[in-house]
Design a protein around this ligand. Structure first.
Ligand SMILES: NC(=O)c1ccc[n+]([C@@H]2O[C@H](COP(=O)([O-])OP(=O)(O)OC[C@H]3O[C@@H](n4cnc5c(N)ncnc54)[C@H](OP(=O)(O)O)[C@@H]3O)[C@@H](O)[C@H]2O)c1
Length: 273
């Protein structure tokens, strides 16, 4: 039985929700958080709190409640995140900034509030949910990919800085999973991507076609894999999750070869209906 205190962001759906359930079943004292607490209905966890990673006051309030109840924090899972799609020329800077506020600054805010407690305990784990997009950038995905590349860099720096305080930091790099991620992405990007007047419409169409036919990993299975990682004594710097082999190969190829493959994938997807 593991009774560690684990704080998870973005538990209203997807990975955050699955992890909350699975870890609670294993005996962890799970603090599931969401922007809207009613979205946590039905979750059997130790504690449910409102937490918006873009709102410092809501983060501070949640931390005060956690420390009052438990006096410690063993694991932070920085899970909250979403994606927008656009060609770089057409990216709406306000939308990009909002996404960075969640995916990057939100993650940093969370590290900043848990680190003082973990340093005092001389123990703790910070699990950052990155993405394969933090390693591999395709067309019309530059904005999201930039945010997840940032998560890689922040994780690497934090690991070096926090290890002497007994704190382990890792970044997870999932491939596509069957969560609300693509619903949110469609909601915030598809209208723009259906604009046939855009000079980038062939790329947008190709991405829309690709998403229609894309295989997505079972989120429960992916979350079980994450639970296994949490149980390891010593965390590695990074882990691939639910990632088809083709992506691992693409990441390793020389730039020119990889880009030629991405261009041919784009051409093929353009013609798929
Ligand atoms: N699914 C994939 O294919 C995939 C692949 C690679 C990486 N990832 C990463 O995996 C993580 C989890 O995503 P998911 O797949 O589980 O998607 P999801 O089902 O859409 O879950 C995303 C969660 O983030 C929360 N969130 C968004 N903005 C927030 C904010 N300001 N404060 C707190 N929570 C916020 C959402 O809450 P609301 O309900 O309040 O919006 C939701 O609970 C993300 O970091 C994502 O980038 C996903």
């Amino acid at each position: 039985m593991n009774n560690k205190v684990v704080l998870i962001t973005g538990c209203s759906s997807g990975v955050g929700r699955q992890l909350s359930m699975l870890l609670a079943e294993k005996g962890y004292r799970v603090i599931a958080t969401a922007r809207d607490i009613t979205n946590l209905d039905g979750l059997q966890v130790d504690m449910k709190l409102i937490l918006d990673v873009t709102d410092q006051e809501s983060i501070n309030k949640a931390m005060r409640e956690i420390i009052t109840r438990y006096g410690r924090i063993d694991i932070l899972i920085n899970n909250a995140g979403y994606s927008i799609r656009s060609a770089i020329e057409e990216i709406d800077l306000e939308d990009l900034s909002d996404m960075f506020d969640v995916n990057v600054f939100g993650l940093i805010r969370m590290i900043q509030v848990v680190s003082p407690y973990m340093r005092r305990q001389n123990s703790g784990r910070i699990i950052n949910i990155g993405s394969v997009s933090g390693k591999l950038t395709g067309y019309v995905n530059g904005g999201y990919s930039a945010s997840k590349h940032a998560v890689e860099a922040i994780s690497d720096a934090a690991r070096l800085e926090l290890q002497s305080f007994g704190i382990q930091v890792t970044v997870l790099e999932p491939g596509a999973m069957d969560t609300d991620f693509f619903k949110t992405l469609s909601k915030n990007s598809d209208q723009k991507m259906k604009n046939e007047m855009s000079p980038y419409s062939s790329f947008y169409q190709s991405d829309l076609n690709f998403r229609k036919n894309q295989g997505r990993a079972d989120v429960r299975k992916a979350s079980k894999d994450i639970c296994k990682i949490l149980e390891k004594k010593r965390l590695k710097a990074r882990y691939k999750i639910a990632l088809p082999l083709i992506y691992t190969v693409l990441i390793m190829l020389p730039d020119r070869v990889r880009e030629n493959i991405l261009v041919s994938i784009h051409r093929k997807n353009q013609s798929i209906k």
